[in-house]
Design a binder for this molecule. Structure first.
Ligand SMILES: Cc1ncc(C[n+]2csc(CCOP(=O)(O)OP(=O)(O)O)c2C)c(N)n1
Length: 380
């Protein structure tokens, strides 16, 4: 058993400087200390998948992030581990508890995951080892983790029961309270534009300094078709992860960060908006391009027709929101959003459809990620 302070001191010395996750009772002291010391460096996520995307964003902004979670949360992480960390070769350090360890008494819901935790990490090609439980074991364990990270691979510590000593509960963190959100409705009820048309109008309005994250599917492909620039990140998987990744970038850079989301993707990870509203990064603009369908997979309806994304953003604590339904409205709202303090959300109602012959990014995901990272980190 080791104290949370010991391991966090060792991590500090090695430059691990951004923490996120979802709690587990095995990790109480560790997470409490990470929150207490790190202050704003610990981002409380609504799901473990969101935490992976936030940490990936922090890495893309030059940080060395750690994700802490219960092994039941590994299920929530499978998609972003396999379709975000793996294709983009983004290396994260994971601390995963081992509830349901065979031979130890635990709750029924942990039994199966306890049996398959190591197998699941192995299947996802995430190397792992036990969390150090003596002071002497800390440095070799961190050496092993850093060796994997240096090869652009994520690495997991599996944290068994009683690995981390219980500590003093830190002083409570004051509850976050959001001021009232300002909303502007710019809808003109004319013919709705396509996603390509609004992207074409939006791009010239965005400042050169802005980093742009495009959701998976045709959105990223259309953005690439319009212009391929170092500040573009075209997600290829991790549906729903764009806004969480954008949050991770925005919290770690002074650059403006623009997230181009889809209605299907935004609905898949609606919890992301609560985290954005709570953290309130002033440099984040979240645009939901709502065509009412999963356009990229053939146009199957989403339930967005009855969803007011600007209302959700306001309820979550975004600073300002807009509703628009044409390209000029999106351009106007984007300029206003980028001129003021965020987080801002624009709900753009558009129509389905894309180009008849739409290409795919020819630049590969690992290079997209590294080019984007250079772009973000070179900003002073
Ligand atoms: C977890 C997951 N589920 C399903 C898919 C398949 N998929 C890729 S894009 C997409 C549709 C996304 O819809 P939306 O966010 O509304 O964007 P649009 O395609 O309309 O631009 C789906 C379902 C996926 N990539 N990942």
């Amino acid at each position: 058993m080791i104290s949370a302070d010991r391991i966090l001191d060792a991590m500090d010395r090695r430059g691990f400087d951004a923490f996120t996750g979802v709690p587990c009772s095995f990790l109480t002291a560790f997470i409490d200390q990470a929150i207490h010391r790190g202050g704003s460096r610990y981002v409380a996520a609504t799901s473990e998948g969101e935490a992976v995307a936030i940490a990936a964003g922090a890495w893309l902004a030059g940080r060395k992030p750690v994700v802490l979670c219960q092994n039941s949360g590994l299920g929530n992480m499978v998609n972003p581990i396999t379709s975000l960390l793996h294709p983009f070769r983004i290396p994260l350090l994971l601390g995963v508890t081992w509830r349901g360890e065979p031979g130890l008494k635990d709750e029924p819901q942990h039994e199966l995951m306890g049996e398959i935790t190591h197998g699941l990490l192995g299947l996802m090609r995430v190397p792992f080892r036990p969390f150090p439980t003596t002071v002497e074991a800390i440095e070799p364990a961190l050496d092993a983790a850093e060796a994997a990270l240096a090869q652009d691979r994520s690495f997991a510590f599996v944290i068994g029961h009683g690995s981390v000593a219980e500590g003093e509960a830190p002083p409570p963190v004051p509850a976050l309270s959001a001021p009232r959100t300002a909303h502007v409705d710019l809808r003109r009820a004319g013919p709705q534009p396509t996603r390509f048309a609004v992207l074409e109008t939006l791009l010239p309005v965005l400042p050169e300094a802005a980093a742009v994250v495009a959701t998976t599917g045709k959105c990223g492909r259309e953005l690439f078709t319009l212009a391929d620039r170092p500040q573009h990140l075209y997600l290829v998987g991790s549906m729903g992860g764009a806004s969480a990744l954008g949050l991770g970038v925005a919290l770690n850079t002074a650059r403006p960060v623009v997230v181009l989301d889809g209605d299907g993707a935004a609905l898949m990870k609606l919890g992301n908006m609560a985290t954005i509203g709570a953290r309130r990064p002033g440099n984040l603009l979240h645009i939901v391009l709502d065509n009412g369908v999963h356009d990229s997979t053939g146009g199957q309806a989403t339930v967005s027709g009855s969803v007011d994304f600007a209302g959700v953003g306001g309820a979550c604590g975004y600073a300002r929101t807009w509703t628009v339904d044409d390209a000029a409205g999106l351009a106007e709202a984007s300029q206003a959003a980028l001129a003021g303090v965020g987080p801002a959300l624009i709900h753009a109602r558009i129509r389905p459809g894309s180009l008849a012959r739409l290409g795919r990014p020819t630049i590969k995901p690992p290079e997209v990620a590294r080019r984007f990272r250079r772009f973000v980190t070179e900003f002073k």
